[in-house]
Design a protein around this ligand. Structure first.
Ligand SMILES: Cc1cc2nc3c(=O)[nH]c(=O)nc-3n(C[C@H](O)[C@H](O)[C@H](O)COP(=O)(O)OP(=O)(O)OC[C@H]3O[C@@H](n4cnc5c(N)ncnc54)[C@H](O)[C@@H]3O)c2cc1C
Length: 425
């Protein structure tokens, strides 16, 4: 009988287990399952690891989640905005020039008209891609400062490979038109998203977990992998395997393999990523929700003077996430050092009222947040995954596959791998 060992009980590991028809064990180092899709409860608030909203393209995935949690998901029409020049303007910047002042509009229009006619390709430096796609004005006002904050690295080093589903690309005509007429079009992969009615993202995790609970061993870290003898050390015991399904960050997986060949171990340091600090705030208001954030789900904050790059309003997605007369925020930073004065800054920008009182604070550091797309990444990954597959180790998930993915893709990839391994003898 095939014996599959899964490392990690985040959405990827739990989904793999759910679709698996072969014997398997999932080891999870934490005492709670869910990985980055966990939720935290405090003082009547439910917080996620910053916004974890479920964007779904495949109806089957939505039905599966609804079946597992036993309830319909909330359907939410995204309202995301940008804080720019002390104004709130709709997302995306490049399709909403209408809200800029005349000088800013002109710079954006001149920029897009005067773009150099250069070849656009996926793994070109992001900054060159942004200028070639949108021109200097839009790049200088939004693309450059926002992405500099998010990725916390040189935008020459970062390639444009990740942009495909995530950065809306209106045509030159649409961009220029948006300077004179309000844009009515919904751009982006997440213009509609879904979310559990209560208990945060953890509700989805619990749905999967319930089905495979008896196969999950919590508080047990996989420390090392011996590929010669096909056994792992998990907790203080050895287990033999036929296949390993890893959702743990690829860097850590490779470091845990004994006698890793030099040509693979030398690649580990080239796998780079960003970290994110998420500050969750539960807030009681005196009179009303701040006017600026009414009905808003999240705010992109490109300007350098603010240390955070995004602020979200959980309680506008689901009222169940905050008690009466309260609201809840997540504030995301990719540079941990810079998180002083957050509350005065939120008040200054109107995201909080002056008289509002913070009654819950919860800080979450995500060591692995966005994997860095550099020029070498694809070639490195091909080499690494070939070596791992030759040794019956399969990687899935956002950090296992070392990619920019999201919940729906994680579930689909886990299902596809389970179906392949279900067929093996
Ligand atoms: C800031 C941020 C916001 C995001 N927002 C969204 C969103 O709105 N919508 C969306 O769809 N996606 C979002 N994502 C992406 C989403 O979080 C991931 O796609 C998803 O959580 C990946 O799940 P996973 O199971 O692959 O990995 P993880 O959630 O990282 O799970 C891996 C698990 O493995 C365990 N583990 C690691 N090493 C070991 C070991 N050695 N032994 C045992 N266990 C181990 C970990 O404890 C963890 O539980 C966001 C990500 C970030 C960083």
């Amino acid at each position: 009988m095939t014996n599959n060992i899964v490392i990690g009980a985040g959405i990827s590991g739990l989904s793999f287990g759910y679709f698996s028809k072969k014997p398997f064990i999932v080891f999870e180092k934490e005492n709670i399952v869910g990985g980055l899709c966990k939720s935290v409860k405090d003082n009547g608030f439910t917080f996620d690891y910053s916004g974890h909203f479920i964007h779904i393209k495949e109806k089957k995935i939505k039905s599966l989640i609804e079946k597992l949690i036993g309830k319909k998901l909330l359907k939410v029409n995204r309202n995301s905005v940008i804080l720019f020049d002390n104004k709130i303007i709709p997302f995306p910047f490049q399709a909403n020039l209408y809200y800029l002042n005349e000088r800013q509009k002109q710079k954006c229009i001149d920029g897009i008209k005067k773009r150099k006619n250069i070849k656009i390709y996926n793994n070109m430096p992001f900054i060159d891609w942004a200028k070639a796609m949108f021109g200097d004005g839009i790049t200088n006002y939004f693309m450059q400062p926002y992405n500099k904050k998010l990725w916390n690295c040189s935008l020459k080093k970062l390639t444009a490979e990740w942009t495909a589903p995530f950065v809306p690309k209106p045509s030159q005509e649409e961009i220029i038109k948006s300077a004179y007429n309000k844009n009515e079009q919904n751009y982006g992969y997440n213009s509609v998203f879904y979310y559990p009615q209560k208990n945060g993202c953890q509700e989805m995790i619990n749905g999967f977990y319930k089905k495979i609970k008896s196969n999950v061993i919590k508080s047990t870290k996989v420390y090392s992998i011996d590929i010669q003898n096909k056994r792992i050390l998990a907790g203080n015991k050895y287990y033999f395997y036929d296949n390993i399904i890893s959702t743990q960050p690829l860097k850590e997986l490779l470091s845990s393999i004994k006698n890793l060949p030099k040509e693979i171990s030398s690649l580990i340091k080239k796998l780079e990523c960003t970290s994110t600090r998420c500050i969750n705030l539960g807030i009681k208001y005196k009179k009303n929700l701040p006017e600026r954030i009414k009905d808003v789900h999240w705010i992109y904050v490109p300007e350098k003077k603010y240390p955070f790059y995004r602020v979200g309003i959980y309680s506008n997605v689901s009222k169940s996430l905050a008690p009466k007369n309260c609201y809840s925020l997540y504030i995301e930073l990719s540079n941990k050092q810079n998180c002083e004065n957050i509350i005065p800054l939120l008040k200054k920008t109107g995201i909080m009222n002056d008289t509002d009182e913070v009654i819950s604070i919860n800080v979450i550091d995500m060591k692995y947040a966005y994997v860095l797309f550099n020029k070498e990444r694809t070639a490195l990954l091909n080499k690494i995954f070939k070596f791992l597959k030759d040794n019956n180790i399969y990687c899935i998930g956002r950090y296992g596959s070392w990619e920019y993915s999201f919940i729906e893709k994680n579930i689909i990839d886990a299902k596809n791998l389970a179906e392949i391994l279900n067929k093996t003898k």
